[in-house]
Design a protein around this ligand. Sequence first.
Ligand SMILES: [Zn+2]
Length: 434
Amino acid sequence: MPEQTSPASPTSPKSYRHIILTTYPGQSGVEPVPLEWGAPDAKSRGPIVVSRSGNLVKRRNAIGAHGGSYSIYNALAIAAGELDADFRPDLRNSEPTSKFAQQPAWGDKTKIVSMDPYGHDIVNQYREELEAGWDIRPTMAITRANMKLAEIGEAVKEGKLDVDGSIIVDSSGEVRVTKVAVEPVWYLPGVAERFGVDEGTLRRALFEHTGGSYPELITRTDLKVFLPPIGGLTVYIFGPPERVSDENVKLALRIHDECNGSDVFQSDICTCRPYLAFGVQEAIREAQNGGSGVVIYFRKEGRALGEVIKYLVYNARKRGGDTADKYFTRTENIAGVRDMRFQALMPDILHWLGIKKIDRMLSMSNMKHDAIVESGIKILERIPIPEDMIPSDSRVEIDAKINAGYFTTGKQYTMEELAQVRGRGWEKWEDITH
Ligand SMILES: [Zn+2]
C-alpha cells in the first residue's frame, strides 16, 4: 500500500464522542483507502476496510459491516457491553487448510461481484496493514471436517457407495470434506449490471428498503463496495480441492438453496433434503471416480423469502386446496413474487473456484442453469432427482416447478393435469390439536 494511505492512528479511541450519521466525499479527513475492484492481485486491489472504529470511519472504503446477517449480533454484543467496539481479532493459525490457486476471475470485475476473491487470504496479503493495527477481516474461511449424513450411511450399507478410506473413511459412511464459508461483499456497479439496473437505482432501493440503515449508499457514491446484512454460502468439496478447477477431470455439482424445514428437520412437503442428499452422494461418487464433487449451500431460506412467508404460504395452500396448478400463485399472493433468490450472483463462487464446465449438474432449476451458462460456464449434463427420492407430499412442488420450466427427463404436466396433483390435507390433525 502506498505510504500516504497509512493511517496516523487507526485505533485512536475517539469514536463514541458523537454519532457520525454519514460521511461525504471531500469532507475533512475523508480519504478512503484505495480500492480497485478487479485489479490483478490482492495488493494492487487494496484491502477492504469497512470498520468505523476510530479514525477508520473516514478511511474506510466500503459500506456496511462484517459478518453478513450476524453484523446485528455484533452490534448487540457491543451494546450489551460484552464486546469492545475497538476489538481486533487475533487471526493466528486461522489460515486456510488448503491453498486455492488464484484464478483469472479473481482479477475480473465482471466475473466476481458478490464476494471478496481475496477474503480468505487477508492475513497473508495485508500482513503489514494488520500489524499496523488496521481492522481488516477475512470474509471467507477454509477448513476441513468429517461429516455423517444418514443417507450416505444408508448408501454405503446398501453397496451404492464404496468405502475408499480417503473420501468415505469407514463403513458407517463418515465422509471427509473441505469447506469454504463465504460472506457477501458486493461491488455495487457489478451487482447493478447483473440485474440490468443502474447503480443509483440499486443504491436507492437498498437504502430506502432497509429502513435507511446505510446512508452512505446515497452520500458516498465514491464507495463502490457494500457488505450487505444477508446470509452467505458454504462450499462442500469432496476429494482433493485442487481438482475442482481441473478441466481434465469430471465435476459433479449441486447448487442448493437453504430449506431448513426439510434440510435439517426433514419435513416432507418439498424435495430439498432428498435432493441435497442425492447431490452429496453423487458428488462423493464423482470424487471417488477420480473426478471432483462439489455441493454449494446458499443461505436463502424459502426462496429467499424466509420461513414466516413460507409457512403462511403452506397454510394458504393447505386451506385453499393444495394442487400443483395453484402452487406458484399461493406464493405470489403472499410475497408478491414467486421467488427472490435471483440466481444472477450465484455463479461468482463457481468462477472463484475456477470451474469452467460442469459435467453433471445435480439440479433441475432452469434459473440456476441459465445463470451459470450465461456467465460462461458450460453444463454438459443435467440430472433430475430420482423419482424414488421424491416424498409423496412434495409432488405438488416438483410438478409445478417442472410445468414452469424445471428440467426433467420424466413427465411434464399440463395445467389441467396439475390441478389433479394434490398434497396431503390436514385431516386427522384433530388427534393432536385437541
Ligand atoms: Zn424445501
